[in-house]
Design a protein around this ligand. Structure first.
Ligand SMILES: [Zn+2]
Length: 137
């Protein structure tokens, strides 16, 4: 585990199962038992059909870059020790888009639709962040 100064999530009753699954390095999201779709960010109601009937379901960890930005300068803010850092929106294979970071990438990896795979950044006893690496063929 390492000390990071980036903002960390607030764990609530609605999302604690998600953060428990990332702590176990086996991320899960809620899958609707009515329409069959996944949603993110965790919450009590399906984002697609409004049902409250769901099952926490394991993710494949596969996704593609939906959008990205690279933070180059962060003097005086919590990212100061992490720049440059790639901030990505990843479209998970299961459908939802999740904001995270891409690590260990080369310039060519940082492109719309590039394949990525989820890995985990253990932060402290409470939080393990889902982050991404390039998934080169
Ligand atoms: Zn639904």
């Amino acid at each position: 585990m390492k000390h990071i100064t980036r903002p960390l999530p607030t764990i609530t009753a609605d999302n604690e199962e998600f953060w428990k699954s990332t702590k176990e390095h086996a991320a899960k999201l809620q899958r609707c038992n009515v329409c069959g779709r996944f949603w993110y960010y965790p919450g009590p109601v399906c984002h697609h059909c409004g049902a409250r009937d769901y099952t926490w379901t394991a993710l494949s960890g596969k996704g593609t870059i939906y959008s990205y930005s690279v933070l180059e300068r962060a003097k005086g803010n919590p990212y100061e020790n992490d720049v440059p850092i790639a901030i990505v929106l990843v479209r998970l294979e299961e459908g939802p888009v999740i904001m995270s970071n891409l690590f260990d990438y080369e310039a060519a990896d940082l492109a719309i639709d590039s394949p990525v795979r989820m890995t985990y950044e253990d932060v402290d006893d409470r939080v393990t962040l889902p982050v991404f690496l390039p998934a080169r063929a």
